[in-house]
Write a protein that binds this ligand. Structure first.
Ligand code: NAD
Length: 494
């Protein structure tokens, strides 16, 4: 069976002899399309975390002292290697996370965007200078790295989210310890191998595999300066509280419940296309998935029938089959939780237009399958509305007016992303101003910002300051310094 190890000081690191609990040394990695365990992954305890942080700390002085040109050259080489190995990275994602290959390639492409951004960091790291401020003094503002930075990522984007974090962090001169999800750990190791091949020095990028034991050891580690986290809201809140209590800088992105508001004047065909791709793409396991459509007035019936017509054409199957447009869910337990929301919504008054619970793939009956589900007239009090389902379940809520719709969207505790479909510029403008979300779409289903803008939500979708990538990442991964200097004119003869 394949073994997935940690990566410390530029090489695979199998783990230290388990001092106290040998049963925790390895965890299973499962192929969601077959239900079979395909690998074992090392599970870090405090000793492995110490080793990774020590390697990062040791590498810091040299990396911090390297020139921007040296760091940029390494990142350019890294970009080329990632580009050449896109297919291989995508295949690892599909094998452990389950998403279809085309979707996994899209994930790699979005991650590459941030590596490209990191290649051009010279401009973003450029400081400011004011000459002759008081008398013969000049004032300069510069930004410097923080030290050892930690990134903790979720299962649903095993490559992209790590690429949101470490390329920008190391381009800024920090060293990095990454803790990927133990459900999909292999892509991170390939990313680290390629970084080493590109010339990232030993210890600059390290990986500890594992679960909350590793996370908590990282959050408490005195040599860690900052923590970037992406995952569910309860864990994001925990990470934010625990790491910031120890004085660390923290950005912790959490879960989502993204609403798409559809006005009666919208292009309903375009809105239905958008709802289907944004709700069921990646089996709904995206923090930017649309999970609620709020249909205003007479948009309702026409929209629901258009969504249903399109949703039945989603082809569910193994991610490595080019005919599949939607893969399985990540684990059996998660699949069962998602199915329970469909049952619960029906019991709480929703109309089940499409029910994906009773679905399997011939020859892969042990996979974690669910077909698409469409729930109409969902009550905002129901569990399916109140919670992040994170599966291929689209809830439709009916509203009488724009005001009612925006009211219910803003009452939601999550504020990751939200979009509106309308042909009325005035309504769209009001929405983009009034909606309480960090990313907003107008006639766009999933408003994922491009690399040079920043990514992040509001309310229970994000804790801490500074968003992922773009200029906010430079601010997160560096600290400012303002230098006032005075060099009176030299008395020596010229
Ligand atoms: P998760 O919160 O279970 O896990 C995220 C990371 O935290 C993993 O590395 C995991 O090992 C670790 N972890 C899990 N439980 C922990 C605990 N109790 N204490 C400390 N660490 C713990 O999330 P997931 O199931 O892997 O990913 C799905 C979630 O991530 C969804 O809620 C989704 O919305 C969210 N997500 C958010 C964004 C965003 O940008 N806001 C992006 C992708 C995913």
């Amino acid at each position: 069976m394949k073994t997935v190890t940690h990566w410390i000081a530029g090489k695979p690191f199998p783990g230290l002899p388990a001092a106290s609990d040998a049963s925790r040394a390895w965890g299973p990695v499962t192929d969601p399309a077959t239900g079979e365990v395909t690998a074992r992954v090392a599970m870090a305890g405090p000793a492995e975390v110490d080793a990774a942080v020590a390697a990062a700390k040791q590498a810091y002085a040299g990396w911090r002292g390297s020139s921007l040109a040296q760091r940029t050259a390494v990142l350019f080489r890294y970009r080329a290697l990632l580009d050449a190995r896109r297919d291989e990275i995508a295949a690892l994602i599909t094998a452990e996370q389950g998403k279809v290959h085309a979707d996994a390639l899209g994930e790699v492409a979005r991650g590459l965007e941030i590596v490209e951004l990191a290649c051009g960091l010279g401009t973003a790291l450029q400081g400011d200078m004011s000459a002759q401020v008081p008398g013969q003094a000049d004032v300069a503002s510069i930004r410097q790295p923080l030290g050892v930075v930690v990134g903790i990522s979720p299962f649903n984007f095993p490559a992209m989210i790590s690429m949101w974090m470490f390329p920008m962090a190391i381009a800024c001169g920090n060293t990095f310890v990454h803790k990927p999800s133990s459900k999909a750990p292999s892509a991170s190791v390939l990313l680290a191998e390629l970084a080493a091949e590109a010339g990232v020095p030993e210890g600059v990028l390290n990986i500890v595999q594992g679960d909350e034991v590793a996370v908590n050891a990282l959050l408490d580690h005195p040599d860690v300066a900052a923590v970037s986290f992406v995952g569910s809201t309860p864990v994001a809140r925990h990470v934010y509280r625990r790491a910031s209590a120890g004085g660390k800088r923290v950005q912790a992105l959490g879960g989502a419940k993204n609403h798409m508001l559809v006005m009666p004047d919208a292009d309903l065909d375009a809105a239905a296309d958008a709802a289907v791709s944004a709700a069921y793409g990646s089996a709904g396991q995206r923090c930017m998935a649309v999970s609620v459509v709020v249909a205003v007035g007479e948009a309702g019936d026409a929209l629901v029938s258009r969504i249903a017509e399109r949703a039945v054409k989603v082809t569910v199957g193994p991610g490595d089959d080019p005919a599949s447009t939607m893969g399985p869910l990540v684990t059996r337990a998660h699949r069962d939780d998602v199915a329970a929301y469909v049952a619960g919504a029906a019991a709480q008054g929703a109309e089940v237009v499409l029910d994906g619970r009773d679905f399997t793939v011939e020859g892969r009956e042990n996979g974690f399958w669910m077909g698409v589900s469409l729930l109409d007239k969902v009550s905002t009090d129901s569990d399916a509305y109140q919670n992040e389902i994170f599966g291929p379940v689209l809830c439709v809520v009916r509203a009488e007016s724009y005001d009612e719709a925006i009211g219910l969207i803003n009452a939601c505790r999550y504020g990751n992303a939200s979009s509106i479909f309308t042909r009325d510029g005035g309504t769209a403008r009001r929405f983009q101003w009034e909606v309480e979300a960090g990313m907003v779409g107008v006639n766009v289903p999933m408003p994922v910002p491009v690399g040079h803008h920043s990514f992040g939500g509001w309310k229970d979708s994000a804790f801490g300051d500074h968003r992922m990538y773009g200029s906010e990442a430079v601010h997160f991964y560096t600290q400012g310094k303002v230098i006032t200097s005075s060099w009176p004119d030299s008395p020596s003869p010229r």
